[in-house]
Design a protein around this ligand. Structure first.
Ligand code: FRU
Length: 637
């Protein structure tokens, strides 16, 4: 056997034109072309990873992995045709000393095999013992959760146990566009520093692994043992069915239930979300019925046998898109003992600013049926959890401590998620948020979202502190931290006084900026990212989003988090939140505030730089323009 050891470095991950790996495809890899679109690749050498060269603009190739002649799995990879953008690792360790043959079907339009042979992927296939996941992406956030590499969408399956917050997510380990849905897994003790774990649930014969939820089965209702983690997710193939898996090692590895599926429907249904109904001593599950624009409710004594009880949603609320990723929980109304239920229904498209968004309903649940509150006119109002464009698939942790309802969302939008200008990874999650309920001036109950208290620990130096400053037409300028790519938290209270509006402009020295304007007449705050940096990768990206301040006052208090490619604005103690992506070519460096139509006052302005964190690669965070260490935890696990 020809022993070839190649270390695929992060320089290759970034991929210049037509990269050639030291080992040629002939070394440890045997390639047989069978026709214009079919190639067999046999692995004859040794290595921990089989490195697959990806070109993002190419179509997916279907790769059947045959182990000792039997099909083990199928993955879809955008194998490179004319250039290699980056490599993805196919882990060979489970197949040590076995015969591995890849049967690859491409879908290129070509007339002869000579063209097929010229594809860049064949000469760049390589075996490697390490895969460097050190961050090389300039837009990767510092203090938001993002995957080590590859595509991520919905956070899901989250639970808290023994001091650890477990976060699973829709992950493609074989590319930075949506495919091969797998539950990726990260965990955190403080909701700020995330550790990455191997994939938790991988596709199997029933399909790929779509979103779902997990519970800690404290009373062993399912029979897997006290405190076993039980997860339900959607197995997605031609149809969508609901599958169960359980974990006896606190969510690190899962065993798939042999009796799957546990729920079937005659039409598309997905994203099962479970909770324990104390009043009725049984489990409740909400399931998206996307094309019917409704949520189904099931109950179960043991997490395995589920009975359909009711449906909610037809003709109610925003109906322009599919309903996905439900979540349901009970909350106390602020300042009262009153308890109400909240049903979260993510919808796509049909959000208030186009594309994906999170709507919710407040109401009552009697153990079988959810009934939404109506407004003064007897209508069920549409309510939004976040007024930005990049807040989707938001769901909460089960079993969170201290009665907390902690949620996290996917910080992107299906309109352009696959086109955003990142490559090593694609998409991060929002900051974790605590949900509450408050009564608005219109008498309605609304959901508040405040940054989780753990985030205070992010604050480093207070680089600006202004107690009270009068603001006029000429902008007052404040500096943002520059030493760490501008990542920061800004706090300020605005008193608009006689001014009609106050503009807060966050800008860099490349002429790029975000304009936030508080309008004191109609009590709204707008976020204009049309000139925020790189915006031209999608016509849906340049946008202005608007949030109501939920207070009939000419004052507003703001907490703004900037993390390289995102801005999250929380206002009036979480009464509104607004999450938007931005891709400035240089870090934003100034905050300029000006008032229109009269004088305004800035009170308690504080700008904090952010502590150096252990970033997602396990390396101390290093700005992107410095040289980076090559060791990584993915290799050493
Ligand atoms: C929402 C969603 C879910 C589905 C998952 C697939 O973004 O469409 O409904 O389970 O993504 O990745």
């Amino acid at each position: 056997m020809n022993r070839i050891k190649t270390c695929v470095t992060s320089a290759m991950m970034l991929g210049a034109m037509l990269l050639t790996v030291q080992a040629s495809a002939a070394d440890g890899v045997k390639v047989d072309h069978l026709g214009v679109n079919n190639t067999l690749v046999r692995i004859t050498g040794d290595g921990k990873y089989f490195m697959l060269p990806v070109q993002e603009s190419n179509d997916d190739a279907r790769i059947d992995v045959l182990v000792d002649g039997k099909k083990d799995r199928t993955i879809n990879v955008r194998l490179a045709k004319s250039k290699v953008d980056y490599f993805v690792p196919f882990d060979l360790t489970p197949y040590k000393d076995r015969d591995v043959l890849l049967n690859i079907v491409t879908v290129q339009n070509r007339s002869n095999i000579r063209e097929a042979k010229a594809d860049a992927c064949w000469k760049n296939l390589a075996l490697a013992d390490t895969f460097d996941t050190t961050n090389r992406d300039r837009f990767r956030p510092v203090y938001h959760h993002s995957p080590l590499y590859g595509w991520m969408n919905d956070p899901n399956g989250m639970f808290y146990k023994d001091g650890v917050w477990h976060l699973y997510y829709q992950w493609n380990p074989y590319g930075s566009k949506w495919q091969n849905m797998t539950w990726g897994h990260s965990s955190s003790k403080d909701l700020v520093n995330w550790e990455h774990h191997p994939a938790a649930i991988e596709p199997n014969g029933l399909g790929t692994v779509f979103s779902g939820s997990s519970v800690v089965d404290t009373d062993n209702t399912a029979g897997f043992g006290k405190d076993a983690i039980v997860s339900l997710y959607t197995s997605a193939d031609v149809s969508q069915i609901q599958s169960l898996a359980h974990s006896e090692d606190d969510g690190l590895t899962f065993e798939i239930y042999p009796g799957n599926p546990v729920i079937t429907q005659e039409s598309e249904a997905r994203d099962p979300n479970m909770f324990w109904d104390e009043a009725n001593n049984r489990w409740v599950l909400s399931l998206a019925h996307p094309l019917e624009h409704e949520m189904l409710f099931f109950t179960s004594p043991d997490l395995k046998e589920w009975t359909l009880q009711s449906a909610f949603g037809k003709g109610i609320g925003a109906q322009d898109g599919v309903w996905e990723c439900p979540d349901m929980f009970k909350l106390k109304v602020d300042g009262t003992g009153e308890e109400k239920w909240v049903l979260v229904c993510n919808i796509n498209p049909g959000g208030p600013f186009g594309g994906s968004a999170t709507q919710y309903f407040v109401g009552d649940f009697d153990g079988t049926t959810f009934k939404a509150d109506t407004d003064a006119n007897g209508n069920i109002p549409t309510k939004w959890m976040d007024f930005g464009k990049d807040h989707y698939a938001t769901v909460s942790w089960s079993n969170a401590p201290d009665n907390r309802r902690t949620l996290i969302g996917w910080m992107s939008n299906w309109q352009y998620a696959a086109e955003v200008p990142t490559m090593q990874y694609r998409s991060a999650n929002t900051l974790p948020r605590e949900a509450g309920l408050f009564r608005g001036a219109d008498g309605q109950l609304y959901l508040s979202s405040t940054p989780s208290p753990e985030l205070i620990a992010l604050r480093d130096k207070e680089i600006t502190k202004v107690r009270n400053k009068t603001i006029g037409r000429k902008a007052s300028e404040f500096l943002l931290p520059t030493s760490n790519d501008g990542v920061c938290e800004i706090l300020l209270d605005l008193d608009c006084g006689k001014a009609d509006s106050v503009e807060m402009k966050i800008a860099n020295n490349a002429g790029e900026f975000v304009n936030m304007t508080y309008n004191s007449k109609n009590h709204t705050i707008s976020f204009d990212r049309r000139n925020s940096g790189i915006v031209d990768f999608s016509q849906d990206f340049p946008a202005v989003t608007v949030a109501p301040s939920f207070e009939n006052s000419n004052k507003v208090s703001l907490r703004i988090f900037i993390d390289k490619s995102s801005m999250e604005v929380f206002g009036n103690n979480g009464k509104f939140a607004m999450t938007n992506l931005v891709f400035p070519t240089k870090p934003y460096s100034t905050l300029s505030i000006s008032a229109d139509g009269g004088k305004a006052k800035v009170e308690n302005l504080k700008i904090y730089s952010i502590k150096k964190l252990y970033n997602i690669t396990g390396q101390p965070w290093i700005p992107h323009n410095q040289s980076l260490p090559t060791a990584n935890r993915f290799c050493s696990r």
